[in-house]
Ligand binder design. Structure first.
Ligand SMILES: C[S@@+](CC[C@H](N)C(=O)[O-])C[C@H]1O[C@@H](n2cnc3c(N)ncnc32)[C@H](O)[C@@H]1O
Length: 385
């Protein structure tokens, strides 16, 4: 039976492959507050691959996408945001069921290529999240992991570890064996260039993306990435940072919440980041409704935080698990200037294939008004942190 909610904001429940550690040079650069190598300015030369070449593999595989030096990406912050919005506008129109004219579709695809293609969009997003600007959403997660001691004081893991015994030398000196501390295993979905967790040697990230911009990021759709079979290979954390809003299918957005369970340890964590207006200004989603959907899909909310532009959620697998309830698109807010961001949950339905991504809309609901095509934005811009 589908869930019914009211408009007061309260909801009741109705029915491996580990990536290698980052190169030492990049770690040093991070400590020194410099840009990671893939963002460093490179001299213009015909030998320098474009972001697109690097992404499709025609560029030398040792070099990641030179986002900051890609001539398609403006250096000016406002212009970068404009570029990202232009991509969003195109993606939204491509995703619209109203687009039936093949010529119109072709024109939009050509326009997207003219702007540099999806890879340029990603590179612009990465550049916007450049650590030197303090923009990467991994920071908040790392703070929570440290605070909650996720992965390090896991009682089951400690129990499973053999007790360390010292070797006693002839002179009576005790020599303790070096105990290898198990690294926190994190699956970073939508990792783009796989740099988000590179400064943390105690985290072993596995990075995947539909369009990776670095050789160590596995090219894979989350829905097709094999789940670990052995318990010891399961992840402590799955990160879906600015990925759910990138997914064009509303059903797949819900599936992402259900699908994440299969990668995690029994009480593993899911990290979700969304543009804040997805919850604060959407007709169909709010903090309370997302909390209820998470509860229904098997997650306990452990921590959440709103910044000026993003909303961060750290949730943990609940003891009860998903309840199999369907969540349809239902209005939670009225009024003009809202965006239409939404996610629906349809347990048991197949993953929808071939739905174009829609990273976000063209304008901020409530502020930017309507998109050029006259429609209201689906979701606020994601890449302005
Ligand atoms: C806006 S970027 C987010 C980048 C980064 N996680 C961050 O927080 O800044 C979204 C990325 O998610 C990737 N993505 C979207 N859906 C995906 C899926 N089903 N499987 C793997 N990657 C996906 C896209 O290719 C894109 O690179």
């Amino acid at each position: 039976m589908p869930h019914t909610n009211n408009l007061n904001g309260k909801f009741s429940r109705p029915s491996r492959s580990s990536s290698p550690p980052p190169p030492p040079a990049d770690r040093k650069a991070k400590r020194a507050g410099r840009k990671p190598a893939f963002l460093a300015k490179k001299p213009k030369s015909s030998a320098t691959p474009s972001a697109k070449e690097a992404a499709i593999g025609s560029a030398p595989s040792t070099t990641a996408a030179p986002a900051a030096s890609d001539p398609a990406i403006p250096r000016n912050r406002t212009k970068q945001t404009e570029l990202i919005r232009a991509f969003h506008a195109i993606e939204k129109q491509l995703a619209s069921p109203a687009l039936t004219d093949p010529d119109e579709r072709k024109k939009l695809e050509q326009e997207r290529e003219r702007l540099g293609g999806l890879e340029t969009y990603q590179a612009a997003s990465v550049h916007g999240g450049d650590k030197t600007r303090g923009g990467e959403s991994s920071k908040w997660l790392v703070k929570q992991i440290k605070d909650l001691k996720i992965g390090v004081d896991d009682k089951d893991k400690l129990k499973a570890q053999p007790k360390a015994e010292p070797t006693i030398l002839e002179d009576g000196t005790k020599v303790w064996p070096k105990v290898e501390r198990k690294k926190l295993r994190l699956l970073d979905v939508g990792a783009i260039a796989g740099t988000a967790y590179e400064g943390y040697p105690w985290i072993a990230p596995t990075s995947i993306d539909l369009n990776p911009l670095a050789p160590h990021v596995v090219k894979s759709n989350f829905f097709d990435f094999p789940a670990p079979e052995k318990d010891e290979d399961k992840f402590d954390v799955v990160a879906l940072s600015l990925v759910i809003n990138f997914e064009g299918s509303l059903v797949n957005r819900g599936h992402m919440l259900l699908h994440a369970h299969s990668y995690l340890t029994p009480r593993g964590y899911l990290y979700i980041v969304l543009p804040l207006p997805c919850l604060t200004n959407s007709r169909y989603l709010s903090h309370d409704r997302l909390t209820a959907i998470l509860d229904s899909t098997g997650w306990d909310v452990i921590r959440k935080h709103d910044s000026a532009r993003l909303t961060y959620w750290l949730v943990r697998r609940s003891e009860t698990g998903p309840d199999g309830v369907e969540w349809k698109r239902e209005q939670v807010r009225t009024g003009a200037g809202r965006n239409n961001f939404c996610l629906v949950v349809k347990p048991g339905s197949p993953v929808e294939r071939g739905v174009p991504s829609t990273a976000a809309s063209t304008a901020k609901g409530g502020k930017g008004g309507k998109a050029k095509d006259g429609t209201e934005p689906e979701v606020a811009t994601a890449d302005e942190e």
